[in-house]
Design a protein around this ligand. Structure first.
Ligand SMILES: CC(C)(COP(=O)(O)OP(=O)(O)OC[C@H]1O[C@@H](n2cnc3c(N)ncnc32)[C@H](O)[C@@H]1OP(=O)(O)O)[C@@H](O)C(=O)NCCC(=O)NCCS
Length: 388
């Protein structure tokens, strides 16, 4: 394809933000943005949320099929084996999370990277090692986030338990007490819903790193870094900020009318691919009803529903609909989870997708190396520093 690669600014057209550009083939997930549908390996997200579990979904993404009962038991066992962290990583988390010193996403990024330093197999270049690292890292992300939460709350870190599911153990390590069946199901659904989503920014970042044949930890750190931003994983936290700023359902219309008139982006709305309702938002909306009732936080839900109605009426036609982040904030806040933890929890889940895509990439790898249209000066003289 002949593309002009040297031009004046604005002279060459290209899809900004690589919109619509095909980066590779993948069989992991399919986002049908026009109809508001999401599938992992062809299975609807509704079916997975209702019937599956995070571990089973992780198996599906890793191996491109649902497991037998024995295969699922083996994966669960492997994940529990890796739950603990090196002491040095707990110490790091204790030293930087106390007193709310460092932001959880930054601590998580550093903790994952540091974990690699104590993992002898981190740089092993065999297919079996990559698969093992995928399971190990995905398992440990939950321990890292829970430990960050405990230290931030000034409480002792809780060691993982091997007899609990990934979701139940995660809540147990966060709270210091075993969650009930309902809370476990809600956390499991949150983890299933966020596990994969096509060629999103953080998965792409993971794949760019993987395509250089760098190790799995480096790839995941790339993913965490991309997820951190407010246009991606950081949006759910800002949704709660917005609800708190609006304050009450009575203030929704005035607040939103003003924000829309000022062309402000409303967090939890809009999506590069979905131009209809994000099916994950529908599922989380359903859970939000029960979760807010249990927690006595129905006011948040009333406000969120009013915002949703206003936004769909005003901007739905433009393809701006609620996305996954809109109701996840209400659900997690009502479960007593601090909003700074929302994006790290997204990462606990998305680690499944990142690592599954990384393994897929490695099977038929070619380095990602796009180009820029060069719009700088054709040539210019080098001027010595004392003459500038
Ligand atoms: C997700 C997002 C980054 C997608 O970005 P994108 O594909 O580059 O889309 P753009 O930012 O170019 O938006 C296209 C148009 O829709 C508008 N728009 C997009 N999201 C909007 C939002 N949340 N609120 C109000 N208007 C929005 C833009 O202002 C723009 O309008 P214009 O054409 O009149 O200038 C964007 O919708 C956004 O910032 N949403 C809020 C953050 C969020 O919830 N992120 C989580 C995603 S899961």
């Amino acid at each position: 394809m002949a593309v002009k690669l040297v031009a004046k600014p604005g002279e060459v057209e290209f899809p900004k933000g690589m919109e619509g550009v095909i980066a590779n083939e993948s069989r992991k997930s399919y986002v049908n943005g026009l109809e508001g549908k999401l599938y992992y390996e062809g299975i609807t997200i509704q079916d997975l949320a209702e019937h599956s579990s995070f571990e089973e979904t992780f198996f599906l993404l890793l191996y491109d099929r649902l497991p037998t009962a024995d295969e699922l038991a083996i994966l669960k066992h492997r994940m529990t084996q890796y739950r603990n962290l090196p002491n040095e990583v707990y110490e790091l988390i204790e030293s930087v999370s106390a007193g709310y010193l460092a932001k959880p996403m930054s601590v998580m990024r550093t903790a994952v990277s540091m974990t690699a330093l104590f993992d002898e197999a981190a740089e092993e270049e065999t297919e079996a090692a990559f698969e093992r690292e995928a399971i190990k890292i995905t398992s440990r992300m939950a321990t890292i986030v829970a430990a960050i939460n405990r230290v931030r709350e000034g409480k002792p870190i809780v060691q993982p338990r091997a007899d609990l599911s990934h979701a139940a153990n995660f809540l147990y390590m966060m709270r210091g007490e075993e969650p009930d069946e309902f809370d476990t199901k809600v956390m499991d659904v949150i983890l299933v819903l966020h596990a994969d989503h096509g060629c999103n920014a953080s998965t792409f970042a993971t794949l760019v790193v993987t395509s250089t044949l760098a190790d799995m930890y480096s790839a995941v750190v790339g993913g965490i870094s991309a997820l951190k931003g407010p246009l991606h994983g950081g949006a759910n936290q800002r949704v709660m900020k917005m609800l708190n700023e609006i304050g009450s359902a009575d203030n929704v219309e005035n607040w939103l009318a003003d924000a829309v008139a000022k062309k402000k982006k409303i967090m939890g709305f809009g999506h590069r691919v979905y131009k209809a309702m994000d099916p994950r938002a529908v599922i989380l909306h359903g859970y939000a009803k029960e979760v807010t009732k249990r927690a006595g936080t129905e006011d948040w839900l009333v406000m969120a529903e009013k915002i949703e109605k206003f936004m769909i009426e005003k901007l739905g036609q433009k393809g701006i609909w609620p996305n996954v982040d809109f109701f996840s904030g209400v659900v997690m806040s009502s479960m007593g989870i601090d909003d700074e933890l929302f994006t790290p929890i997204f990462a606990v889940s998305r680690a499944a997708g990142w690592t599954a895509h990384a393994l897929e990439q490695r099977k038929d790898n070619r380095i990602y190396r796009p180009r820029f249209v060069y719009v700088g000066p054709a040539t210019q003289e080098y001027v010595p520093i004392d003459e500038r």
